[in-house]
Design a protein around this ligand. Structure first.
Ligand code: CTP
Length: 405
């Protein structure tokens, strides 16, 4: 695909280099268009070397090629990273005073802005209005991350990590309408990853959940405008999603406590975590050793069923009108195939929506793609086509919207 990476003049311009690299490594053709001030931070030669394409800021370079029209027309995606307050102001007004803004006017493909600026600038009414205008024009403006800004300041306004920008850009290539702002004002709780149940100070019972699907749900929900709390157990190394409150837990009991605390009054809870059904009854205070007191069995105690507990709490009026989504990882066995087990699980758990993944043989766990089925409590069933975990997340959120009160 042809991707234009527009670079605004902010210190985060250096992170655009990693983004360009990520696109070229995955086989995309990248054209970098910096603003004149971006070149104060990163030299033209760096962008030319990384993209393998000429770099210019002006419509007066290479005039016979009419670059200000052609580059935009031919692009499959335009990503602006970092999008500064000034660049977004010019784009919102439809200015065409350099090659980048001219390109934005001629592009008809998805456009993704990844803002980076000081918190005061991000929260200024002028910037708020410009972001609203860009969104009304059909562009996706990411929520910035919070954290360390230039100098010692912290707050919202940090450029989301290049990997996250890459993930959302890839999602827009798969599905241009994946990121509408239809979760604004909604509070969504998402659990992710596997729990670990300790046996002794160094050992635990765990599972193969990577957390990637739950993180993708949190990321996509936040970029669709939701206020997201992500309660994460053990995961592979994953960058915290931008604009998401992250709570870490280890065991199923800690997860249950965290869900209890955050779910009351939430619009939706999505249980993507792989919760251990059992925990060792006794946790040894010291490391279990070979020799005299070797255990030959490990007694187990059942953990609370958090999903079923949420449904009970809602029925008893302790939760609110919260929509409840469960996940089911199934293999199928002699008693039935994946969907038979999943239908039984939906009835047993009583949630509103069940996302079903077939697992085993390199499917669902640890990998970056997923597929499956969505089963509704109202009897509806639909297939979730194979794609990135972000794509599957966007489909799950589509199905969640009509369930929100
Ligand atoms: N779940 C939960 N609490 C548990 C176990 C599972 O909340 N103690 C949730 C998971 O987060 C998931 C759904 O229930 O959303 C289904 O999880 P799964 O492990 O597939 O189901 P189980 O309840 O373990 O059912 P089974 O043992 O029959 O597979």
């Amino acid at each position: 695909m042809r991707i234009v990476v527009g670079v605004g003049g902010g210190i985060a311009a250096y992170k655009a280099c990693a983004l360009v690299r990520r696109f070229t490594e995955t086989g995309h053709q990248v054209r970098v268009i910096p603003t004149e001030s971006a070149l104060q931070f990163v030299g033209k030669a760096t962008f030319e070397a990384l993209s393998g394409q000429p770099v210019s800021t002006s419509v007066f370079t290479d005039v016979p090629e009419v670059p200000h029209v052609r580059i935009g027309q031919e692009a499959d995606l335009v990503v602006i990273a970092p999008a500064t307050a000034d660049l977004m102001a010019r784009a919102a007004q439809g200015r065409a005073d350099d090659l980048l803004t001219a390109t934005l006017l001629t592009a008809r493909c998805p456009v993704l802005f990844a803002p980076a600026m000081h918190t005061e600038m991000w929260e200024h009414p002028a910037t708020v209005a410009n972001v609203a205008t860009l969104r009304a024009h059909g562009a996706t403006v990411m929520e910035p991350a919070s954290g360390r800004l230039t100098g010692t300041d912290t707050g919202p306004g940090r450029l989301p990590e290049p990997e996250e920008i890459f993930g959302l850009a890839s999602l827009l290539l798969e599905r241009p309408d994946a990121l509408p702002r239809d979760l604004e004002g909604r509070r969504v709780i998402i659990t992710a990853g596997g729990t670990r149940e300790p046996l002794d100070p160094v050992r635990f019972l765990g599972n193969r959940s990577s957390g990637k699907q739950g993180y993708a749900l949190a990321r996509v929900a936040a970029q669709r405008g939701a206020s997201v709390t992500l309660i994460a157990g053990n995961t592979v190394e994953l960058a915290p999603p931008a604009a998401v409150d992250l709570v870490h837990i280890t065991t199923a009991e800690q997860l249950a406590t965290a869900v209890d605390k955050h779910a009351v009054g939430a619009d939706a809870v999505i249980m993507a975590a792989a919760v251990a059904d059992f925990r060792p009854t006794n946790v040894a205070a010291a490391k279990i050793k070979k020799g005299a007191n070797e255990p030959d069995v490990i007694p187990l105690t059942k953990n609370p069923d958090i999903l079923a507990g949420l449904v009970t709490a809602r029925t008893e009026g302790r939760l609110g009108d919260t929509a409840i989504v469960g996940f089911a990882a199934e293999t199928g066995d002699e008693n039935g195939d994946v969907l038979t087990h999943a239908r039984a699980k939906l009835a047993r758990k009583g949630c509103d929506l069940l996302v079903v993944n077939a697992v085993g043989e390199g499917k669902a766990f640890e990998v970056d793609t997923n597929d499956g089925w969505l089963l509704g409590a109202d009897g509806t069933e639909s297939a979730l086509d194979h794609g990135s975990k972000a794509l599957l997340a966007s489909r799950v959120l589509d199905a969640l919207i009509p369930l929100l009160h």
